[in-house]
Design a protein around this ligand. Structure first.
Ligand code: C2O
Ligand code: CU
Ligand code: CU
Length: 501
């Protein structure tokens, strides 16, 4: 394919950045080595932290049982107080509505596209048939696309040679034969995922099941989905994003404003009780190490793909793009009137803050975190081992030396088998596998971190690390992808097909 020639050349600054980051990481240095993108500064005065109340996205409502209809459209919303921002949103909101779903109750989501650009919607963490998985060329086109009314004439797709399917409205079928978990959905259009997600095309989807219902976990208003992402703003309030040919941003784009559920550094009033926080890093490139200040622990109950067998306590949580951590925080540990700030210890300056909780009053709490959360599943044995090397070449990010080649699978695992996938890397690459959930077996031949526990679909592979995961291919045969979830790396070709046979 001709893609590499269209990729932006790596600017000198980015080139030095790659080398510098790698060198520091190898030397085991501090926060700089943990940085996975290039900072893009806002041209708007930054909003004051902890002044905007935490929004909770509305629940998506089915038009009839089992069927949802969502229109992707342009809208103007107030993100930074006193200014408005154009967003491209599912339902015209950012984040999109939260889907509250149940295991064993399949749904269809009809996505209609009224944006100026084509889209492809992926339910991240979903075990879905290939034609509902958001393949990058399986596009939902806006009315008029291809007839001269292309809303964004400057945009050249360049993949005309790739066979693609076009829809004006597409029905995505989600069988939901999977355990309770925190999923999310976002755009996945070939070469344009990063800017389209940046403009707002992302939302959360919670799968519940009877096993989880039986647990006394915090619920209702004490269960908060927290979609964390960073953005930069232009003078006029619009989202700022670099030109796609600006090689300085090849490492990834990091904004200087941290949004939670679409609000800058919000504040949430909580009672002095337990809360379940479903943490999602929906940033394009930014990694976080979350910590509570003035202190406190996260009791992790779930990872990307579902509940852990037993809770694990952490002082800090590292979270890379695409990852989720389902945690319980007990605010009764703080005196009434305290503020508890969620910070990111990997950042300095304003981006070090994420959000704040204000403990307002005591309240009855009948929740608990039981020692047994889910039935531990036995580890299947692997039938083979494959290696996937994530690396930069001259002007693209590649897997096993190849920029993305749609339709050319790098692996053909068999349905209902498990394989060890060995992931190696030259930089920070949060590696995500569609369809297959996995367990982390080892990092550099040593046992994984406590925060690697459970079934996952995204794993943070750090510079020069070798991460072994045991992936289970279950559900459907067909064509899926694995890719780096640093969305700029993904758009610069760090993606590959695999085919379940
Ligand atoms: Cu969340 Cu293929 O992505
Ligand atoms: Cu995915
Ligand atoms: Cu990457």
């Amino acid at each position: 394919m001709s893609a590499p020639s269209r990729r932006p050349f790596l600017g000198r600054r980015a080139f030095l950045g790659v080398l510098g980051g790698a060198g520091l990481a190898a030397a085991g240095c501090g926060a700089l080595a943990e940085t996975s993108g290039q900072l893009l500064a806002s041209r708007l005065p930054l909003p004051r932290p902890f002044t905007v109340p935490l929004p909770v996205p509305d629940a998506a409502r089915p038009v009839r049982p089992g069927r949802y209809e969502v229109t992707q459209r342009v809208a103007r919303v107030e993100i930074v107080p006193g200014t408005t921002t154009e967003v491209w949103g599912y339902g015209g909101t950012f984040p999109g509505p939260t889907f509250d779903l149940r295991r064993g109750e399949p749904v269809t989501v009809a996505v209609r596209n009224e944006l100026p650009v084509p889209t492809s919607t992926h339910l991240h963490g979903g075990v879905n048939p290939p034609d509902s998985d958001g393949y990058p060329t399986d596009l939902v086109v806006p009315a008029g696309y291809g007839t001269g009314h292309h809303g964004n004439a400057a945009e050249h797709d360049g993949h005309q040679h790739v066979e693609r399917r076009h829809h004006l409205v597409k029905d995505y079928h989600y069988p939901l034969d999977q355990a309770a978990a925190t999923l999310w959905y976002h755009d996945h259009r070939m070469d344009h995922t990063a800017p389209q997600v940046w403009r707002g095309l992302a939302g959360m989807a919670l799968v519940r099941d009877a096993e989880e219902d039986a647990l006394p976990l915090p619920r209702g208003e004490r269960e908060l989905p927290l979609m964390i992402c960073d953005r930069a703003f232009d003078e006029d309030g619009s989202f700022r994003y670099p030109d796609r040919h600006d090689g300085d941003y090849m490492e990834g784009v990091e904004g200087d404003v941290i949004l939670v559920n679409g609000a800058p550094w919000p504040v949430a009033e909580v009672t002095a009780t337990r809360y379940r926080l479903r943490l999602l890093n929906a940033s394009n490139a930014r990694r976080y190490r979350l910590q509570l200040t003035p202190g406190g622990r996260f009791i992790q109950i779930g990872s990307d793909a579902g509940l852990l067998a037993a809770p694990v306590a952490h002082d800090t949580i590292p979270i890379a793009p695409g990852e989720r951590y389902d945690v319980v925080v007990d605010f009764s540990a703080y005196p009434v009137g305290s503020t508890v700030t969620l910070i990111n210890t990997l950042a300095d300056g304003p981006a070090r803050n994420v959000m704040r909780f204000l403990v307002t009053r005591r309240a009855v709490d009948d929740s608990a975190v039981p020692q047994r959360l889910s039935r531990p599943e036995g580890r299947p044995s692997a039938v083979t081992t494959r290696t996937f090397d994530f690396r930069r070449t001259e002007n693209a990010w590649t897997i096993n030396g190849h920029p993305y080649r749609p339709g050319v699978p790098l692996a053909r695992p068999r349905l209902d088998t498990a394989e060890i996938w060995r992931l190696t890397s030259d930089f920070h690459h949060p590696v995500h596998v569609h369809l297959a959930h996995f367990q982390v077996l080892a990092r550099n031949g040593r046992p994984p971190a406590a925060t690697d526990a459970g079934w996952k679909d995204t794993v943070d592979v750090r510079p020069y690390e070798v991460v072994d995961v045991l992936a289970r291919f279950h559900g459907y045969r067909g064509r899926y992808m694995l890719h780096c979830h640093n969305l700029e790396h993904e758009d610069m070709a760090m993606m590959a097909d695999f085919e379940v046979t």
